[in-house]
Ligand binder design. Structure first.
Ligand SMILES: O=C1O[C@H](COP(=O)(O)O)[C@@H](O)[C@H](O)[C@H]1O
Length: 223
């Protein structure tokens, strides 16, 4: 793991957005289309605000979420909603977004078709992940009902997940789908997450699921 510390959150957002844009541009020199994985939650919004203005061929970029809450896109908890508002704007409006949530069905029923649609988009050229203070990343939650499957090296790309105290059923990319990304970044803010990150480094992924992707990750942190 590589830890990059910033003087403040604004600097983190600008620098990280530039890095992601540079990596996407480089990947587009080799491949006709490239995939970008992005997180939901409260942290990445300001990174998206900077990234969406990047001057690159967004029409050749496929965007997928690291995980989604099984709620309609107009629900405040929807990660797709965050993306549409903060990332798929400005120049990045031209990107192709592949949402996970399918109205009027269950994750269980939707997963086979989602998995089939996702397979040609993987591995991602660039992945940005978040992390919770409970050491989850994507929706790989400690004590998640499908955590064992999601951590398996032979896991499907997408796994349904429920966990104690976690609102909404989730669908999440599995650890191997995330870790296979050609470049993997993580964005975290605050002392509590820094402390959680340090704890996770000494724990197995079954207790600290974020540990399953840390070897490959550049972690961007600001107070
Ligand atoms: O539930 C989620 O949490 C993590 C971390 O979110 P944050 O609000 O603490 O930044 C996020 O990375 C994930 O995509 C999201 O669904």
């Amino acid at each position: 793991m590589k830890l990059i510390e910033y003087a403040d959150r604004d600097m983190l957002c600008i620098d990280l957005a530039n890095k992601l844009a540079g990596e996407l541009t480089a990947a587009l020199m080799h491949d006709e289309r490239v995939t970008l994985i992005v997180p939901g939650g409260t942290t990445p919004g300001p990174v998206f605000d900077a990234l969406c203005a990047a001057d690159l061929e967004w029409s050749r970029v496929d965007v997928i979420l690291s995980d989604e809450r099984w709620v309609p896109e107009d629900a405040p908890a929807s990660n797709a909603r965050l993306l549409r508002e903060r990332l798929l704007a400005d120049r990045a409006e031209a990107a192709r977004f592949h949402p996970f949530y399918v109205p009027d069905t269950t994750p269980e029923a939707a997963l086979p078709a989602l998995e089939e649609a996702l397979a040609p988009l993987m591995p991602a050229a660039v992945a940005l992940l978040g992390m919770g203070a409970d050491m989850h990343t994507a929706s790989l939650f400690p004590r998640g009902d499908n955590l064992r499957l999601a951590l398996d090296p032979k896991a499907p790309l997408l796994v349904e997940m429920r966990a104690p105290g976690v609102e909404h059923t989730r669908v999440t990319l599995s650890a191997r789908a995330l870790a296979d990304s050609l470049s993997l970044h993580m964005v975290i803010n605050g002392a509590d997450k820094r402390e959680a990150l340090e704890r996770a480094m000494d724990l197995p992924p079954e207790e600290a699921p974020v540990a399953s992707v840390l070897d490959e990750a550049s972690v961007h942190w600001a107070e």
